[in-house]
Design a protein around this ligand. Sequence first.
Ligand code: PBG
Ligand code: ZN
Length: 324
Amino acid sequence: MVYPEYRPRRMRRNEALRSLIRETSLSAAQLVYPLFIVPGKKVKKEVSSMPGVHQISVDQIAIEAKELQTLGVNAVILFGIPEKKDGLGSGAHDQDGIVQRAIRELKNKIPELLVITDVCLCEYTDHGHCGFLVNDEVDNDTTLEILAKTALSHAKAGADLVAPSDMMDGRVAEIRATLDENNFEMMPIMSYAVKYASAYYGPFRDAAESTPQFGDRRAYQMDPANSREALREATLDVDEGADVLMVKPALAYLDIIARLRDEFDLPLAAYQVSGEYAMIKAAEAKGWIDGERVMQEALLSIKRAGADIIITYFAKEMARLLMK
Ligand code: PBG
Ligand code: ZN
């Protein structure tokens, strides 16, 4: 069928027709909101490069979580900024650590809220890298053990889902085995399977105080130029027992999201990272773009590319818009 028999504009004439045939939609139930937990009491400090996003103390998170719930957002991912950092990142698996306390607080006050935890060491190491250093290089196999210990400590504190973001080889298998040995065989793993060494993480590192003190993360995070490698990474994580796969960042990697969607049948998450958020906020503040519409368009593109779950700093704003 060609013009003039087929006129695509017929179905675009008004909003009722457009919404009748809309192929993709967003739902608050599939958004995940990141929370940055800091020591202290009554802390709610805006991250300078992420307007609207705050570092908060444990006593404030129930308030935050209740607000999310009223908006229909039922999942958070936790990042902790510990009081002290050390060479081994030992704060990461402290049963009384910052994230562990935050999990218990949330599970006490709002048991239905889904609590996801980021499993990594960079916020806990004094050098800011995601694992143990041996001669200034992150040593893969010694790091695995501490990651597994960290995931286990989150499970013990009551987390619902653990999400390793370190990009060490073999970490999904190691975490799965440790969880299983400790009777947490029902704890799912959402693997940051395809995580690129990205400049889009800049504002996050302000929020999480996790900038590497020397060098960069290119020896463990993926090269932005590669997409076949993304399939190999994802295949490994599937074989090691991942329950959900993740691609990160999102907008600059929509092709990767689409490829993983085609190749794998596991649920797929995408992380719309701090830099993606900051760029929209900055251009909006300058009056250069309509921030709300650009937010919607970006989130829709991630969904359209094939993501089921979106981790986003826009979760509240988007959910508010969905309620209108
Ligand atoms: C920790 C981690 C990072 C992000 C999530 N988990 C930072 C990094 O790898 O440097 C980035 C999230 C964001 O930018 O919003 N490994
Ligand atoms: Zn890390």
